[in-house]
Design a protein around this ligand. Structure first.
Ligand code: HSE
Length: 435
């Protein structure tokens, strides 16, 4: 058998680790693939001081790798949606299979790229694009194929989870923890993608497209980040028996599909509430299997390389068998992908955590509870704190029963008109995840 030759473009955190795993474990991985694997060509604009490339050929022009007739599989690890897209298009047109960790590219241009791959008789694999080292793509696309997927909910951004965990456990400041996540190689090149939920939204639409056989329509995901969460909210949530996690949720309902990324209170006894640090976890409920849970490192070089290398091995097996990979990119043939109605957020029903500052005088609490009851929202728990020194207003925390966002919006609009309540009101959704 001819060896399978791999070209790696990008030698940053994930690229460097992928090269090292493939070099370090060549024997083991080749045995698994049933064919000799080796990295024949690297494309990197600059060296990585943490990754010696031995005698492997290195080109400064990454397109040299995409055009190299020797390369069978191109591994794209440069990130971004401009040059990376062009690189992948070039590789596909040269008849190479592609492996990528690029969630932004798959979320935004996946449909177009999958169609192009099809045209050239090759495939794009992207296990590393979602939840780092956790094999969630394979699980959802292949191993849960016997199920209707009812819903999935996951912590799918390692940087965000690391920040929330450090805030909770050590009371650390947001910016300080973010800087550490960047130094550890967890964060995106532009970390607002992590803290504003864009990265999680990219991953969620990929999971939803596989789960529901729907198109990759990234812009339809409701996206809210964690940057507004304060240490006080973390503490109050804890007092009420909850943890704040940043969740991506895709749920099938009679009205359509809910697609949402937002901070969420989860009861502290749930497994997802205890997924800490850079770890990710995705819960998937299938119609036959029931709830399932996938857990592991969601970011970082080696963990992500684990997923990249698994895709390389899968493709190498097909190359060795001289067969075209059979599994469709989203697990469903292009012609069977069906657009879904996306449920508008005002109709999405969840319990709510509401934190506000109210005047500390008789009748104000009655006013507050009346506003909720006027909208038919029942209160599950209510805490009023003592005023801080020199403050005339006191923090009030309300936990409601399930209510559509539209109803809560009406309560908040009414509160905005009351002088007894300060302008800044924090609302966070609650998910009970009681399966
Ligand atoms: N910035 C991403 C995260 C990397 O923190 O989850 C993994 O996709």
């Amino acid at each position: 058998l001819k060896p399978v030759k791999i070209g790696i473009c990008g030698l940053g955190t994930v690229g460097g680790s992928t090269y090292q795993v493939l070099s370090r474990e060549t024997e083991l991985l080749s045995a698994r693939a049933g064919v000799q694997l080796y990295v024949s060509h690297i494309g990197a604009r600059r060296d990585n001081p943490h990754c010696a490339t031995a005698d492997t050929r290195v080109s400064r022009d990454i397109f040299d790798v995409a055009r190299d007739p020797q390369v069978d599989i191109l591994v794209e690890l440069i990130g971004g949606t401009t040059v990376a897209k062009e690189l992948i298009e070039t590789a596909l047109a040269s008849g190479k299979h592609v492996v990528t960790a690029n969630k932004a590219l798959i979320a935004e241009f996946g449909s177009e790229l999958f169609a192009l791959a099809d045209k050239h008789g090759v495939v794009i694999r992207y296990e590393a694009a979602v939840a780092g080292g956790i094999p969630i793509i394979k699980a959802l696309r292949e191993r849960l194929a016997g199920n209707q997927i009812l819903w999935l909910a996951g912590i799918i951004n390692g940087t965000g989870n690391f920040i929330l965990t450090e805030m909770k456990d050590k009371g650390r400041a947001f910016a300080d923890v973010l800087a550490e996540a960047q130094a550890l190689g967890y964060a995106e090149a532009d970390p607002t993608f992590d803290v504003e939920g864009i990265d999680a939204a990219h991953k969620l639409i990929i999971l939803a497209a596989i789960a529901f056989g729907m198109p990759l329509e990234f812009t339809r995901v409701y996206t809210e980040g964690i940057s507004r969460i304060t240490p006080r909210d973390v503490d109050y949530a804890q007092e009420l028996g909850y943890r704040i996690k940043h969740l991506g949720i895709a749920k099938q309902s009679e009205a359509g599909v809910e697609l949402r990324v937002h901070p969420t209170l989860i009861p502290e006894r749930r497994l997802l509430a205890n997924v800490d640090g850079v770890k990710n976890a995705v819960m998937v409920e299938g119609s036959a299997v029931g709830p399932t849970l996938y857990y592991g490192a969601g970011a970082g070089g080696d963990a992500t390389a684990s997923a990249v290398v698994a895709d390389v091995i899968d493709l190498a097996r097909d190359i060795a068998a001289e067969q075209r990979p059979q599994i469709a990119s989203l697990g469903v043939a292009q012609q069977n992908i069906v657009a879904q109605t996306i449920v508008p957020m005002v109709q999405v029903v969840t319990p709510w955590y509401v934190r506000l500052e109210a005047e500390d005088r008789a009748g104000v609490m009655a006013q507050i509870t009346a506003l909720f009851s006027d909208e038919g929202i029942s209160i599950e728990a209510l805490i009023q704190k003592a005023p801080s020194a020199g403050e005339s207003k006191v923090p009030v925390i309300v936990l409601t029963n399930a209510a559509a966002q539209g109803r809560l919006d009406a309560v908040i609009a009414a509160m905005d008109k009351l002088e007894s309540i300060a302008d800044e009101i924090m609302c966070i959704r609650v998910e009970m995840l009681d399966v």
